[in-house]
Structures are given as structure tokens and as C-alpha cells.
Design a protein around this ligand. Structure first.
Ligand code: ATP
Length: 341
């Protein structure tokens, strides 16, 4: 349905989209997830024909968006991050205008406008000026415009940003109901949103696709293969030697245990390897009984932080800040000492 091939967008020396390729199939909700500045809006603006790419291809229903924009755009409804609303119009006037632009058959216009207003629950405000509507209602008007003409694909850029919790739930329910008839692609930097709404998640970081799978599989990808907690009965030195011999263990720590003649071990495992059986057999051979073994499950949030390197950056920033405030304290103490001399 949509095929993105080796898409690149450069702004001077800044590469906003870096060789991105993915496919979108019919009737599902796809989530485009990434931290601020990852390249989500840029990608969506290219797919919908708002901006040109530096390189690569976007094929929509067999039509290249750069070569046959009119035909390609016919199958797309787009709600940009900031909906381009005409605030001096009423929702009804705005949708009528949008219907003209979308070249919807005159005979069908009124019926269709009526339907999308009902679907997005804006019928009650259809004759108020858009400028006087709440943020949530403005978002619904934008959404109504995207749905108008019932395009096969609906693309929504951060559809719930700035909405209150009740509005967020309503918009999410609306998006879910849309997937019965449409393919939906939405972008978000909020994990809970993507896992609550989407069938499929594409994680993007610094313009690159770093993972794509169902929310469940993404969590599973790391679970059981990333961190293990064990309690083993045996001599600390002997256990150290055994664990050092297992390649997939990246690091481990041994602590005293409340269990008699046993130690607690936490270990980090190279991603995508499951070494539970290796550990079992190694310990059995060494006659060191495993009293407990627990997988530390990673949530989608952990996967996201791990893949996008956010966690590392946050920690590095924190360390930097702590260093600076420590240096400041030291300087102030030195000045205080000089003054007292
Ligand atoms: N018109 C532009 N000129 C120069 N740089 C741009 C332009 N638009 C986007 N960028 C840069 O491209 C990168 C990707 O931006 P983009 O808006 O696509 O990210 P995003 O994932 O949508 O982030 P956000 O969630 O903050 O909207 C950023 O580094 C941004 O500064």
C-alpha cells in the first residue's frame, strides 16, 4: 500500500531522514515512534507530498508521490502536527472548502460532511467559529478534514499533543475505530500512546529506523535475553570463573545472599541471546545448584530508551550537570575560604 525506499532528507549538513525504508500494509494502525527531532514530521511531510525528499522513493498505491502527486495524494488524508485550520470559518464551512479541494462529487459533499462530523463528534459545534473552539475540538475538525473523502490511508502527526486526558482517550478511540476501514499511520513520542493504539510500531532515532514490530514483540525481543537475576549456591570465586567463560554475558555482579552458602548474581546479556539453558548446564556441571533465576522484563519504554540512546544521553547530561554544580560549589567554597583569610 505504501512503500518507502531509501528515503533521505538533508537540511544543509543535518541529515533529518537517513536512508529510511519500510512498508505499510492495509487495515492496520502503524505507530511512528521517536524522540523529539528524530525525523517523524519530516518523513510524514515527504510521504504526503508536502516537502520534497533529497533522495529515495515513496510509492502510494502504485503511484510515486514525486512523479504522480495528484494520483498518489488521492489515497491519503493528512493531519499535520499543526492543523492548517481557517479560524474565521465554521467547521461546516471549512469542511465544505476542504471537500471542494479534494474534488469530492458535489452530490455527495453534504452527506459526507455530515457523516465525518458525526464520526468526529463535532456536529454540535458545526456553526461556531473555529477560533472559538477548544484545542480538542480544533483537533477533531482537523481530523474530520483528514477523513473527508474516506482516503485509504490516514496519516496523523502527533494527533493527541496538547489535549487533556479525556480528549486523548476520545481521540484514541476514534483512531481505533478508523482502522476498520482505513490504514492509519500516526506519529508520537509517547510510548503509552503507541502501545495503546497501534498494531505495529516503527521506532525511529536520528532519522534511522532502529526497530519495527508489534508492541508485544518489541518488548519480547529484549525480555529473557537482556538481564537476569540469579541466586546460586556455590563458591564466589568458582562462580566468577564459570560466568567469565560464557561469552554472551556482558557484565555481572555478585552480592551476598540471604540464602545460606549462596550468592545473588545480576547480569547483563548481549541483546537477542537467551543464555538461560547455558547457565543451567554450566552450573549443573559445576555442581552449583541454581536456587532462583528471574528474567528482568524490559518494558516497551526500556526498549525505546535502549534503542534510541535516550537513556544514555539523559544519564550523561545528568552527570554533566552534577559535575558542573559540584565545580560551582567547590569554587564558592574556595572564594569563601579566601574571604575568611
Ligand atoms: N525546515 C527545516 N530546516 C532545517 N532543519 C529542519 C527543518 N525541519 C526539520 N529540521 C530538522 O530535522 C530534524 C528532524 O525534525 P522533525 O521535525 O522531522 O523531527 P520529529 O521527530 O518530528 O520531532 P518532533 O517530535 O519534535 O516534532 C531535526 O533535527 C530538525 O531540527
Amino acid at each position: 500500500m505504501i512503500e518507502v525506499k531509501n528515503l533521505v532528507k538533508r537540511y544543509g549538513s543535518n541529515v533529518a531522514v537517513d536512508n529510511l525504508s519500510f512498508k505499510v500494509e492495509k487495515g492496520q494502525i502503524y505507530g511512528f515512534l521517536g524522540p523529539n527531532g528524530a525525523g517523524k514530521s519530516t518523513t510524514m511531510n515527504i510521504i504526503t507530498g508536502y516537502i520534497a525528499a533529497s533522495d529515495g522513493e515513496v510509492i502510494i498505491n502504485g503511484h510515486n508521490i514525486f512523479e504522480e502527486p495528484e494520483l498518489a495524494k488521492k489515497s491519503i488524508g493528512y493531519l499535520p502536527e499543526i492543523p492548517p485550520l481557517y479560524v474565521d470559518m465554521t467547521p461546516y464551512e471549512y469542511l465544505k472548502f476542504a471537500a471542494e479541494l479534494k474534488k469530492i462529487d458535489k452530490k455527495e459533499r453534504d452527506k459526507m460532511i455530515d457523516e465525518v462530523m458525526k464520526l468526529t463528534k463535532i456536529t454540535d459545534v458545526s456553526n461556531r467559529l473555529i477560533r472559538n473552539l477548544s484545542k480538542g475540538y480544533k483537533q477533531r475538525v482537523g481530523l474530520a478534514q483528514a477523513i473527508l473523502g474516506y482516503p485509504e490511508v490516514i496519516i496523523l502527526d502527533e494527533p493527541t499533543v496538547g489535549l487533556d486526558p479525556k480528549q486523548i482517550i476520545e481521540i484514541r478511540d476514534l483512531i481505533k475505530s478508523l482502522s476498520k476501514k482505513h490504514t492509519v499511520i500516526l506519529s508520537s513520542h509517547i510510548l503509552s500512546e503507541v502501545s495503546a493504539v497501534c498494531d505495529y510500531v516503527m521506532i525511529i532515532s536520528k532519522g534511522k529506523l532502529v526497530a519495527s514490530d508489534t508492541p508485544k514483540n518489541l518488548s519480547k525481543l529484549m525480555a529473557g535475553s537482556n538481564a537476569l537475576e540469579l541466586t546460586i549456591r556455590g563458591d564466589k570465586k568458582k562462580l566468577e570463573t564459570i560466568l567469565n567463560g560464557i561469552d554472551a554475558i556482558q557484565e555481572f555482579e555478585i552480592h551476598n545472599s540471604i540464602e545460606e552458602r549462596a550468592v545473588d548474581i545480576t547480569m547483563k546479556i548481549a541483546s537477542q541471546s537467551d543464555i538461560r539453558e547455558d547457565i543451567f548446564y554450566a552450573m549443573a556441571e559445576a555442581k552449583c545448584p541454581i536456587l532462583a533465576m528471574k528474567v528482568s522484563n524490559m518494558s516497551l519504554e526500556d526498549v525505546f530508551l535502549e534503542l534510541t540512546g535516550e537513556d544514555k544521553e539523559v544519564k550523561e547530561n545528568q552527570i554533566e550537570l552534577e559535575k558542573k554544580s559540584f565545580e560551582k560549589m567547590e569554587n564558592e567554597e574556595e572564594k569563601e575560604d579566601e574571604r575568611s583569610l
